[in-house]
Design a protein around this ligand. Sequence first.
Ligand code: MCN
Length: 793
Amino acid sequence: MDQTEIPARLRKREGIGARVLRKEDARHLAGKGNFVGDFVIPGMQEVAFLRSPLAHATITGVEFPEELTGQVFLREMMADAADIGSPSSLPTYQPSLLPPLASGKVRFVGEAVAMAIAPKRAVAEDLLEQVHVSYEELPVYHDSWSALAAEGELMHTGWKDNVFLTLRADRDFDELAAKAEVKVSRTIELSRQCIVPMEGKSVLAYWDFQADQLVVVSATQVPHLVRTGVAQHLHMPEEAVRVVSPDVGGGFGYKGMLYPEDLCIAWLAKTYRRPFRYLEDRREHLIVGANTRQHHYQVTAYADRTGKVLALDAVITIDGGAYSYWPFFIGLEPGQALGNLPGPYTFRGYRCETVCVATNKPGFMPYRGVARTGVCFAIELLMDALAREVGREPWQVRMENLVPADQMPYVNVANKHFDSGDFPKSLKRAVEMIGVEAVRERQSRGEPDGRRIGVGTATYTEQSAHGTSVFATWGLPVVPGHDQASVKLTADGGLEVRVGVHSHGQGMETTFAQIAHDVLGIPVERIRVVHGDTALTPFSSGTYASRATVMSGGAISTACKELLPRLQAIAGHLMGVEPQSVVLLEGRALAGGKSISLADVGRAWYLTPQELPSNVHLGGLEVSRAYKPKVDTGTFTYASHAAVVAVDTETGHVEILDYVVVEDCGTIVNPMIVEGQTIGGIAQGIGTAMYEESPYDDQGQPLASTLADYILPGATEVPRIRIDHLETPSPHTEFGAKGVGEGGAIAPPAVIFNAVNDALQGTGAAELLMTPLTPHRLLTALGASQREQEGTK
Ligand code: MCN
């Protein structure tokens, strides 16, 4: 028997596919995590930022008492730090320059203008009370439309208009649209919102005199990129910078960039060789982090009389806020929107213009689902509208437009390379699970409590783990290549796995151990996954784009496969058998009725080499491997979600009665973790759909700056979610896995709105087409119908 022939039932206990409990929960459930806020370093100074009260203004002067010199800092005192650029080689792109502290002018309420240091944050805040900034107000571009119509000073020097980037696609549109018998248009919109991880932005920096290194402890998803970014922007050699990303309380994309605050704290520590820390508070987050999801769609479907779509036309306008960030510039959002709007469908005519506008709000961030939540909302609401137009069940129209399984792999109209799967099967199963027919019957009977029920579905693809060729077309300064992992057998038979990605809730300390276990049979409890420290881990561009399982998981698996014959060789020698006959199982090496532990193998190599032949040359028991999938256009996870809602037309309250998911992320490493990822994403999607909104007035003033105004879903707003898995391995990845970390957050707005619009059929209510679905918006939609009826009397 060789290693690959170990019965699946034995490997399944802890290997790929097993529901292993998350190792990391032991510390988190006991409150023993180690976050930036938990660090205690003698002499550490806390930092507070003075933030702009105006959305667009010239800074005409800054004054503070002389005795605060050395405690209060302005941009001009940081001459040796560079502004954060956001380059891209895309021809229509206008880059911004984001200074670590505002200089010359401010571009959104909350932009940092000065910082103060003190032993306590409250004292630092008090010092800032004595800093007086004079401003001269400039015209405020509080939304895309005012920014596009700008007549006064533009957002950035040297720009020709207030547009970051315009992207266009046109593929056989005119020809196919001309054949359509039905045309359905809608204006669909998502409001601006925050990302709201439990832990805000946090960074601490100090000088390690022994290593002669700047150490930046940052709550980041991308420690290696922060290292590169800090070194570049502070003009330091990269080896003089170490970035540690300890426990991180959620990132969701918010912690995937280099921030001005990172640079400020790193600059203080580099300059003064003392420890400094900044912890974003909730109000700062709600103001400075109000930066995502705001898309406006003008979409038209061209279809035949059965609802088969022939072509799609779209103008997408994205309110990009004031700045583009490093390294993932703002173009990711319009790029992903343009590329993913056609969804999982087969139509071949596509025309789309995506305009990303600069406005006086915080700069856009790629939030879990990056643009795909928006495009799913747009195309899936349009699909339902089309179905109503042709008088058919929405899921049936959707079904006939989905890419059929027998056409996989399939390259769609936007050049997305769907790798594998059965989209219609997922929808059919979701329709069965939610019981569409039973809902229709129930609707015809009416609800005893007078509420109206409705059912909605949506199907989407989640492009994940896309790599070099995709990012390179965006002309970014950082393009992901291979990911690396190193694995090392310890002298007592344990395994250390080192990866450059970061786990901040995804459970990789468990799933990566399962991947290594699958190859080497070492018990998961003896496998330690090390991440989040540039001094201890190999380079990776980090955790984003649901890539870690495919990329780092692939690297771990290939590294373990290289370590395997080395372990077999030593074990074979120690047992006096042929190495090829040795299998590893549950921490032991077995062959022909003999067995030794991997501790015996480790000990022989490290501590008692005299037991081994002197000419043994294996390359050691530590292996580093770089990996990327055969094809780097990404893996395409997909899912169908369906929900039943009850709508109270008196109060405008919506209750989600049932919610089901049928998802396919290829080979599943840990179904329990995939379900947790999905449910967590859905909770966030419910927030986007029904509660979360960062409104601004026409002076660019944020109107939701506390959790009393910014409403998040709690446990009572998230229903019990039923999940079924399909498992179509990706042909391109090491063990067939596709990414799944974002999927849950993509479909809920579409599903919930489709269900509510379904519930309101027959009331004459205007269709609901804008997030969030507040009672006020719902009652207004119903009121519109009443007014219409009254008007026609
Ligand atoms: N997994 C699995 N089988 C698969 C795919 C994934 O068991 N076929 C497991 C993985 O091993 C991992 C988790 O699911 O434990 C997510 O894996 P993956 O899809 O590879 O995503 P990443 O690890 O790259 O995580 C990034 C992704 C993104 S882009 C956002 S945003 C996001 C998310 O993950 N942010 C999160 N999930 C989050 N979960 C938490 N708790 N906090 C965040 O900030």
